[in-house]
Design a protein around this ligand. Structure first.
Ligand code: FES
Ligand code: MG
Length: 579
């Protein structure tokens, strides 16, 4: 895209429709702004900038947003704009049950309608904790006014007795040790106080770090914004810079429709692969791209994964480092500079320059944290998509986080219909299972359960005690980006809508071949047809309210789990509100 040539005039501002006319309605709007102590000089002929803030007392990852929003406002005022803070649901990944995935589209709807219904010309979106990045971006893309994304940034490294602790990953690891009787209560409690010791998002390469990085690679943040640790003073400066820049974006009319292309999302995929991304990236990036009218698919992910190596040595794909180290090593610009050959560097970004221009001078300062391409963490990308009679619409796996001997494996299925019965069974010392079996959970997909992060199915305690540290696990659920292991996820179509996963029985044999990208259930088509004839769908989980609407309208994982009616292709564009 070439640089915008037309600069908006004050009369063309969207907010002017509310505030400029000499009529009865506008009298009301102006008098209500004055009610807050502002005078006409504060807003007249200025872009009104929404700050969509996902702060809440329940979201520890965004606790600094209460202060940062003032820094964003400072930038907006400096640049001659007028800020309006609009709070949105904060979606704390750790607190919201049954899963924030149930509410990602809720945030997307809220963002779209907040921006549409208020007198705003542009927006700064403040998010970071897992679903907030895609939720905010999806909504703002659909609404269509210029926006800039301000990532919360990762928290500092965890610390326990001088040992580095990583969000999620280390909790899972030490919990397994505790279950195996190798770790005492005292140590466990000390870890509780050391694993999350500043504001900011999870500092492993979980969904938060993954999606913040993808937002930057898609050109939706200022350069370098996604890697700055939340408590760093640079994060304060970045917040003010976002405020300054969005005002200019409004005058330039740099709307998402003018900014975004398919190449932006392909850059997002390439970046995801090199980061060693969370498996959730697939669902969110597909959903974001479909909102923008430039859909990417599972096949795009798989194609990139075959050519872009994992370079970020960040847990859980990497063995040592965390996001704080990543920042010191050059952060996302450093990483992107190493995969330049896989990026479309001509695409425009929110700062009005191309990605290539932004990457000029980007460097890596530590080759062990951000590896050179000839010494990757994993020679192929972070994700693989397998297909077969068990998953016609795909199943995702993170090969870099899976024990190598499981990448080609045939085993006996041990099947559970719901999570509570699985949870109970894994502690049963008499459970009939070996480390060669494949643990299967179903009815945990989008329609079945809102697609919670149950996909890192717990390894049965009995096997942990035998020293089993990884086994194949298959489900239609997702898993936390901080999880690891031989987990086959997002199996589509899901069991609750009658996908083949619904037909598997304990004792069936399943073959998984990651290099060949295949998954096969060794049951004949005839036998499967018989089982299908006898299958009845499980009852809907939610019979009223938001959950009911979710169940009616949620799309499958391979389509990004958006609501069908929120997709860009669903109907004609929503008109601007009558004023
Ligand atoms: Fe917020 Fe992990 S809990 S990013
Ligand atoms: Mg997470």
């Amino acid at each position: 895209m070439s640089s915008p040539t037309h600069r908006k005039t004050p009369a063309e501002l969207r907010s002017a429709r509310w505030l400029a006319p000499d009529d009865f309605r506008s009298f009301g709007h102006r008098s209500r702004v004055m009610q807050m102590g502002y005078a006409a000089d504060d807003w007249k002929n200025k872009p009104l900038i929404a700050i969509v803030n996902t702060w809440s007392d329940a979201n520890q990852c965004h606790s600094h947003f209460k202060q940062r929003v003032d820094d964003v406002k400072r930038g907006i005022l400096q640049a001659g704009g007028f800020p309006l803070e609009l709070p949105a649901i904060s979606l704390s990944e750790s607190m919201v049950k049954p899963t924030t995935m149930l509410y990602r589209n809720f945030l997307a709807m809220e963002t779209e309608e907040l921006l549409r219904s208020h007198p705003v010309d542009g927006a700064v979106l403040m998010g970071g904790c897992d679903k907030t990045t895609p939720g905010l971006v999806m909504g703002a893309v659909s609404m269509g006014i210029p926006f800039i994304y301000l990532p919360a940034g990762p928290m500092l490294r965890g610390n326990w007795k001088g040992q580095v602790l990583g969000s999620g990953s280390d909790a899972f690891k030490y919990w397994d040790q505790r279950r195996a009787g190798q770790l005492g209560e005292q140590a466990w409690q000390e870890m509780e106080a050391g694993i999350a010791r500043s504001h900011g998002t999870c500092m492993t390469m979980g969904t938060a770090a993954t999606m913040m990085g993808i937002a930057e690679a898609c050109g939706l943040t200022l350069p370098g914004a996604s890697s700055i640790p939340a408590p760093d003073a640079n994060h304060i400066r970045m917040s003010a810079a976002c405020g300054r820049r969005i005002v200019e974006m409004v005058w330039e009319d740099l709307s998402p429709a003018r900014l975004l292309s398919r190449a932006h999302f392909e850059n997002g995929i390439a970046c995801a692969m090199a980061m060693g991304c969370s498996t959730n990236a697939v669902i969110h990036l597909i959903a974001m791209s479909r909102r923008a009218g430039h859909p990417v698919s599972l096949d795009d992910f798989d194609a990139f994964s075959r050519r872009v190596p994992v370079l970020a040595n960040i847990r859980p794909s990497g063995d040592k480092y965390l996001m704080e180290d990543f920042y010191y090593a050059g952060g996302l610009p450093g990483l992107l500079s190493r995969i330049r050959a896989h990026l479309n560097t001509d695409v425009m970004t929110v700062n009005g320059r191309t990605l290539g221009e932004n990457l000029q001078g980007a460097e890596v300062h530590d080759d062990d944290v951000i590896r050179p391409v000839d010494n990757p963490i994993y020679a192929e990308g972070a994700l693989a998509v397998l297909r077969g009679n068990l998953a016609p619409d795909g199943v995702a796996i993170k090969p870099s986080a899976c024990a190598p001997h499981l990448l080609r494996h045939t085993g006996r299925a041990v099947v559970f219909d719901d999570y509570p019965s699985l949870k109970k069974a894994v502690d049963d010392p008499d459970l009939d299972i070996t480390g060669d079996d494949i643990l299967v959970l179903r009815n945990a997909g989008p329609r079945g359960a809102g697609m919670p992060e149950w996909g890192m199915l717990p390894i049965p305690t009995k096997l942990l005690k035998q020293g089993v540290t990884d086994m194949l696990r298959l489900s239609d659920a997702r898993m936390s980006g901080t999880s690891y292991g031989g987990c086959l996820l997002h199996c589509a179509p899901e069991a609750a809508v009658g996908g083949p996963l619904a037909l598997v029985r304990t004792g069936d044999r399943i073959s998984v071949d990651v290099p060949e990208r295949s998954i096969h259930l060794h049951v004949s088509d005839e036998a499967l047809a018989e089982r299908r004839a006898a299958w009845t769908p499980p009852p809907a989980r939610w019979q009223r309210g938001y959950g009911w609407m979710f169940g009616q309208h949620i799309l499958q994982a391979d389509q990004g789990c958006d609501f069908d009616f929120l997709e860009t292709t669903f109907g004609p564009p929503v008109p601007e509100p009558d004023i």
